[in-house]
Design a protein around this ligand. Sequence first.
Ligand SMILES: *[C@@H]1O[C@H](CO)[C@@H](O)[C@H](O)[C@H]1NC(C)=O
Ligand SMILES: *[C@@H]1O[C@H](CO)[C@@H](O)[C@H](O)[C@H]1NC(C)=O
Ligand SMILES: *[C@@H]1O[C@H](CO)[C@@H](O)[C@H](O)[C@H]1NC(C)=O
Ligand SMILES: *[C@@H]1O[C@H](CO)[C@@H](O)[C@H](O)[C@H]1NC(C)=O
Ligand SMILES: *[C@@H]1O[C@H](CO)[C@@H](O)[C@H](O)[C@H]1NC(C)=O
Ligand SMILES: *[C@@H]1O[C@H](CO)[C@@H](O)[C@H](O)[C@H]1NC(C)=O
Ligand SMILES: *[C@@H]1O[C@H](CO)[C@@H](O)[C@H](O)[C@H]1NC(C)=O
Ligand SMILES: *[C@@H]1O[C@H](CO)[C@@H](O)[C@H](O)[C@H]1NC(C)=O
Ligand SMILES: *[C@@H]1O[C@H](CO)[C@@H](O)[C@H](O)[C@H]1NC(C)=O
Ligand SMILES: *[C@@H]1O[C@H](CO)[C@@H](O)[C@H](O)[C@H]1NC(C)=O
Ligand SMILES: *[C@@H]1O[C@H](CO)[C@@H](O)[C@H](O)[C@H]1NC(C)=O
Ligand SMILES: *[C@@H]1O[C@H](CO)[C@@H](O)[C@H](O)[C@H]1NC(C)=O
Length: 741
Amino acid sequence: MAHGFLLILLFSHIITTNVHACHQIERRSLLSFASTLSSHPLNWNSVNCCRWKGITCNQDGLVTHLLLSSKGLKGAISPSSASLGNLTHLTHMNLSHNSISESLGTEFFLSLDHLEILDLSFNLLSGKLPFSMPSHNIQTLDLSSNRFHGAIPSSFFQKARNLTSFNVHNNSFSGLIPSSICIHSSPLIRLLDFSLNAFSGNISPGLGGCSKLQIFRAGNNNLSGLLPKDIYNATKIEEIAFPFNSLHGAISEKIFNLTNLAILDLSFNQLSGMLPLHFGKLSKLKILALDYNHFDGSLPLSLMNCTSLVEIHMAANNLEGDISMLNFSKLNHLSKLDLLRNHFIGTFPTSLYSCRSLKAIRLSANNLEGQIQPEILSLKSLSLLSLGGLTNITGAMKILMHCKSLQTLLLSYSFKGEEIPNDEGMLDVGGFQNLRFLSIYYCEFAGQMPLWLSKLKNIEILILKGSRITGPIPRSLGTLPKLFFLSLADNQISGEFPKELCGLPRLVHEPTTTQVDDYIDLPIFTAADLYPIFYPRRLSNFAPTIDLSLNHIRGRIPTKIGQIHLVHNLDLSSNYFSGNIPEQISNLKNLENLSLSMNHLSGNIPLSMASLNFLKSLNVSYNNLEGPIPTSTQLQSFNASAFEGNLKLCGAPLPNECLPIKGIDADSNNNQGVDNGNQFPWLYIFIALGFIVGFWGVFGSLIVKKTWRYAYFQFLDHVQDRLYVMITVRMTMMKRRLRGD
Ligand SMILES: *[C@@H]1O[C@H](CO)[C@@H](O)[C@H](O)[C@H]1NC(C)=O
Ligand SMILES: *[C@@H]1O[C@H](CO)[C@@H](O)[C@H](O)[C@H]1NC(C)=O
Ligand SMILES: *[C@@H]1O[C@H](CO)[C@@H](O)[C@H](O)[C@H]1NC(C)=O
Ligand SMILES: *[C@@H]1O[C@H](CO)[C@@H](O)[C@H](O)[C@H]1NC(C)=O
Ligand SMILES: *[C@@H]1O[C@H](CO)[C@@H](O)[C@H](O)[C@H]1NC(C)=O
Ligand SMILES: *[C@@H]1O[C@H](CO)[C@@H](O)[C@H](O)[C@H]1NC(C)=O
Ligand SMILES: *[C@@H]1O[C@H](CO)[C@@H](O)[C@H](O)[C@H]1NC(C)=O
Ligand SMILES: *[C@@H]1O[C@H](CO)[C@@H](O)[C@H](O)[C@H]1NC(C)=O
Ligand SMILES: *[C@@H]1O[C@H](CO)[C@@H](O)[C@H](O)[C@H]1NC(C)=O
Ligand SMILES: *[C@@H]1O[C@H](CO)[C@@H](O)[C@H](O)[C@H]1NC(C)=O
Ligand SMILES: *[C@@H]1O[C@H](CO)[C@@H](O)[C@H](O)[C@H]1NC(C)=O
Ligand SMILES: *[C@@H]1O[C@H](CO)[C@@H](O)[C@H](O)[C@H]1NC(C)=O
């Protein structure tokens, strides 16, 4: 029995090896290819190369497939015909996700004329593209995520009449987009991906000739000019994605010819004009992303007929109109609606309550008004809600606490003159059970810090900034098991720094649990004039922070502060802290930003602070500190303004020398003889130069000038909604706020 079985095995082996016996030339070529790599854990030893890992041969023993993706290959592909070039029957080559380096010589392609599929993505290839494509038969060419640079010559496509997919995403290509690709060479093209490169200039006409084009991506380049007119002729197109460029002009009404369009992403450009009236014809449209342009006018009513819509992103435009008049009820698949920072008026549209797929709604920074309605609870999947202009904070909290999926709640410019509910029993029934990110900022409500906040067992980021909260910080906040970002800045909080905060588990113990899904459903970004700053898309990527600045907190900084060694930002500035800076502050080895300025701290700066290696920004200005600034590469590298306003503090970077009797600091003696009387001009020069030193650098001026302070915080607040003020400071809001003061 056993012998028979072995015989059969042997026999079948002989048959298969005979059928696909490896050509010796092919074998040599493969080995020569392998030998040019510095690492090839392939184990290519046996005689018959057709049985090697990753190799397939045809009947004649000629290699047709070389599929070696993610095999840990390292080193250069030899450009000469000595190796792969001799595999003349190769049709499929996939070397993606390796570490293959150097450039592709023209010779590399010369003899590979049967090649149909070439995938070299995710390697370290560099240099320019050869003058022309490897093969007449090429269908798919994927060079994405390498380090190629230079222009793509239009001759490159000349031979490639069968090309259907061309992907150069994530390289450093420059020059023009080769948009004549379909006219002169590759009429069958279906996918073109030029995104994440350095292409520039206009997108010249030609793509209209791509009658088969389905996907066209060119985002994250430096493209300018208008949308190409003939893109509207590419009627097969399903995806147009040009985000993050500098395109201007309007979207043509002709867009309704593109009836297959499912994704239109033109966000972060300079497009303007009204939105086309006939969007409604685009019955397959799923994602419409036009954020951060200059569109004006109202949302076209016909958009409410696009029943396939899943995401509408219109943030940061100049759109207007009464949003409550829109009837969203046909959009059964709508999952994300982002109208942040426009000029919409009205109340929360009641028709949205019937869009049961909604996960994220952001309508803040418009001119909406009204109260949260209990019907919002019918949105069972709602996980992110960001609104402004609300009244009735008690009602809002009592309704929203039953929103079971709610993870991120951002409320701004609401509840003016109201009092935050402090009813202890409020969350007894387990409200806000999934809330992880709560930000109620610039709301100007009053009242004490509510104790129920300490029942938000899943809260990770808590921001209550810019209101009129009084009373002490509840000790029980220190028990919140997941809290790692706490900002209570710019309130009227009194009392001392509660020692219990120094026990916040997430700031004391390295996390052990595995990462749960903590994606925020909408991107959070802020606007500099041209380039928005993006905030982390994951909660866990926010930097651990305690910000109690601009309050009335007094007493000493607790010595236990040394326990929260995972904190990255600590801002206690503009309070009434007194006593010494505790030595233990030097235990905060992850500290990047430390501001203690504008307090009543006294004594020396602890010598040990010289060891805070990660410190990028320090500010201890305007206290009563004295003695020499400890000498370290770090502390002396800061701007002198970080130490100013402490009359008895001395040594670099301050201009005043320490008196030698103190004898402690030896290093700064080499500058003896500098006239101390000259310090003031230097200070003024530093102050004049030191504009924009970042988050912590501006506080001084902010306290002096209230209008600056508002503009500044609206810019830098850790939530997206801050962005609106940088570009269009809404005067009404400003005036209201100033009057309120
Ligand atoms: C590849 O082919 C050329 C000529 O056809 C030959 O000279 C060379 O030795 C071959 N290389 C290998 C590795 O077989
Ligand atoms: C190359 O191989 C990878 C991994 O198997 C695969 O994901 C990719 O689709 C292949 N490329 C082509 C063009 O087939
Ligand atoms: C292109 O594809 C067609 C059909 O698959 C095939 O007949 C032709 O040989 C291919 N090559 C060229 C260069 O057209
Ligand atoms: C871009 O390529 C680099 C490697 O070259 C890779 O690490 C990165 O993930 C790629 N990014 C994208 C968005 O594909
Ligand atoms: C982008 O293009 C403009 C001209 O359109 C040019 O002035 C600018 O330097 C380019 N920027 C980059 C980063 O290439
Ligand atoms: C686009 O289509 C219009 C109308 O069908 C036609 O007049 C125009 O020539 C086309 N443009 C291109 C570049 O194909
Ligand atoms: C666009 O649509 C209009 C009207 O439906 C039609 O007359 C025109 O030919 C279409 N253009 C193209 C290029 O399909
Ligand atoms: C929306 O579709 C309905 C029915 O299909 C149609 O009667 C209505 O005119 C359309 N509205 C707009 C604004 O296109
Ligand atoms: C919205 O339209 C639906 C029909 O699609 C209708 O039943 C509903 O009453 C409308 N709602 C509003 C608020 O107009
Ligand atoms: C606040 O909201 C609650 C809950 O919706 C409601 O019962 C109450 O009447 C509202 N208060 C005011 C003043 O509108
Ligand atoms: C520290 O402040 C600087 C600005 O001064 C900022 O760029 C940086 O992100 C801050 N660090 C952290 C961890 O937030
Ligand atoms: C430190 O804070 C003071 C007052 O808040 C400010 O004037 C100064 O510019 C700040 N210096 C640095 C380096 O941040």
